[in-house]
Each structure stands twice: as C-alpha cells, then as structure tokens.
Design a protein around this ligand. Sequence first.
Ligand code: XMP
Length: 326
Amino acid sequence: DWTPKAMVEELVEQVREQVGDDRALCALSGGVDSSVAAALVQRAIGDQLTCVFVDHGLLREGEAEQVKQDFVDATGVDLVVVDASAQFLGALAGVSDPEEKRKIIGREFIRVFEQAARDIVLDRGDEEHPVKFLVQGTLYPDVVESGGGTGAANIKSHHNVGGLPDDLQFSLIEPLRLLFKDEVRQVGLELGVPEQIVHRQPFPGPGLGIRVVGEVTKERLDVLRAADQIAREELSAAGLDREIWQCPVVLLADVRSVGVQGDGRTYGHPIVLRPVSSEDAMTADWTRLPYDVLARISGRITNEVPEVNRVTLDVTSKPPGTIEWE
Ligand code: XMP
C-alpha cells in the first residue's frame, strides 16, 4: 500500500545507500519538486547536503527572496545563493530557438553547480569528501517526456533530464523520478515542507527564458516579469491559485501590433495568458477563468506595462499544445 510515510522511509533509505559518506549538492529552484527533493535528501544525509540556488536572471519577481525566506526558514537547510544572471544572459544572447535555449540554460546550470561544488569543498576544507552527487527534482512525467523512461521520442529536452553535457562531473540523485506531482506533494507534507511551498504552482527550470518567445534579453525579461507579476497578483486576489495548475505568462517578443495607448499610437508586444488545469502536466485543458478576472489582468497589464498593448488568451488544450510555449 502506498502511504507518504512508507514512501519517505523507502526513499530516505535509497538516498543513504547511494550517497554514503560523500557530499551532495541540490539545485534548489524554489519549486515544489526541488524543494521536496532537497528536504528528502536532507532527511537522509543531513549536513552532507548543501543547497545551491542559482539566480539565473530568468526568475519571476520576488522569487529569490521567497526561496530564501520560505524554504530556508522552514527547513534550516544549508543554502548558497549564486548570482549568475550575467553569465546566463551572455550565453543566451542571439539565441531564439527553443531547444537551443533549453540546452544552453541546462549547460550553464551545470557549470555554475560545478563551480559551487568546488567552492564548497574549499570553504569547508574537506578535500576527502568532494561533492559527488547532484540532487534533481525530476518527476516521472519529466522522465517520460524526455524519453528516459520508455524510449519515447524526445519531446522537449527538460534541462533536468536531457541536454546535460558529456563531461558531467556529478552522479545524479533523482529520488522523485517515479512519482507524480500529487505524490510529491504528499511526500513533501510528510517531510514538514510548508504548505505554501508544497502547493506552489509548477515553474519550469529554464524559467522566463522559455516564456520570452524569441531572443532573451534583460529588457524583454523585465517586461515579462512586470506582466507576470500582475497576472499572479490578480489570480491570487481572486482566490484562484489552487484552482489552476499554473498560468504561464508569455511575451511574444518578435511580434508587434498597433495599439492606441494614452495620447497616441503604439507599436507594442502581445502578452499571452496560458491558464491550464491539469492533474500531472502530461495532459491539460485551458482553464475557463472568469471574464472579470481576465479583464482586470488585461487592463492592468496594458496600463502598467507600456511595452505591452495587447493581452491574449491561449485556449488550446494539451495535446496538441504543450503547457509552455517553448
Ligand atoms: P510542457 O510545456 O512540456 O510542460 O507541457 C509540462 C510541465 O513541465 C514544466 N516544464 C519544465 N519543468 N524544466 C522543468 O523543471 C523544464 O525544462 C520544463 N519545461 C516545462 C511546465 O511548466 C509544465 O508544468
């Protein structure tokens, strides 16, 4: 019989066996998956684990602060924050192909972690126990969609499964790789991870980098971040957080349309709202949000974000559309 308690015990045992006396790093993203994976591995190996939070410059407004407060305060996990936004934006310059972006982001992630691993060893003067393991919050749907579980075609290279460089210096610990999202949430609660993290909506590892359709630049990210914050505020205020699975906000950075804002004609960019309902992200339906909520989001974005003069709603299910636009 599947119970969260039994699952935690089994996974903790597996992690202990795999890691032994060595050190592990966890890529903390602030999302449910990596938070639960971190809490689980911490339960298993204690201070042999250090969590690394990479600020890749592709985060939503306030996200880094939230991770520090919510997660660290709750778990007391050892956290290192690395500001690598310049490195990521540099590597992404001139790139607009979605798969290429994902690969670049995945590659830079690993580089940052490898450097963090070396730094942690130096800091602690513990050359005898170098960091050998990298904890990843990979779930079963990620494994399947990356072709790892079944040999299925690679649909998108999720950075936490595919697209890793050949010279990878870590072995992976993926304690959640056979679980679905609802099971991960139960495991998280069993481990004492706070509710607001356990029920946080999914956010992709590559972050806003795959929600700017087109080349990713700091200016475009700032526009998207402002629009995304408004959408999140209004959805929360309407009490819809638990009703929707997630609502990507997407900037069509290479598309322009004519508008009239304030005193004159504008030639701005469209924002796409992509609210979806889902059980496990493998399939999804578009969420029928109340019109008045949509109206408030649209009104505020076009008023408060001058670069955006149109807000559109994505009414596509998955399949045929994926949840993310890239
Ligand atoms: P798609 O777009 O494939 O997304 O329908 C399914 C779910 O996965 C999330 N997603 C990712 N999560 N790394 C992640 O950790 C990724 O590269 C990635 N790509 C998509 C997406 O937000 C949705 O919840």
